[in-house]
Design a protein around this ligand. Structure first.
Ligand SMILES: [Zn+2]
Length: 142
């Protein structure tokens, strides 16, 4: 067995049962890398700022490594899932907002109870909308 394979196997054994890279870690790593670049750019003219950025990036690296080597898989997966869901929500709500803005015939209300978006026609005056999902009532003016 050559030495590279030995090292590879050792790493694989070490990483077994650990979280490794997930979407959240990948994004965090990019954020920290960008932070590092910014730190380098400002350190000549803004020593104090670059000091703060330096420690932020350090903390970032520690957190990334901690998540990578963590053996608490369910917790790490939960964090990652939350992050992925959040990104997805941001993406879809932005796309949805554009669409809703273009729609002049309807008004959109978000249910306070379950966050479902309800669509009603414009020009009906004061109405009470019953949420189709949870049945909560929304008082609205169209
Ligand atoms: Zn609802």
């Amino acid at each position: 067995m050559n030495v590279f394979r030995k090292i590879g196997n050792a790493i694989a054994r070490f990483m077994y049962g650990r979280n490794g890279m997930d979407q959240l870690n990948l994004v965090l790593m990019w954020v920290v890398l960008i932070l590092d670049v910014v730190t380098m750019l400002v350190q000549r003219n803004h020593a104090a700022v670059s000091m703060v950025l330096y420690w932020l990036s350090m903390a970032g690296w520690v957190y990334v490594l901690f998540r990578m080597f963590s053996k608490n898989l369910s917790k790490r997966r939960g964090e990652n899932q939350k992050f992925v869901n959040w990104v997805w929500r941001m993406k879809s709500s932005r796309a949805g907002a554009k669409e809703r803005h273009a729609d002049k015939d309807h008004k959109y209300f978000t249910c306070k109870n379950c966050k479902t978006i309800c669509r009603v026609p414009v020009g009906k005056g004061k109405i009470i909308i019953t949420c189709p999902k949870c049945g909560a009532q929304i008082h609205a003016k169209t």
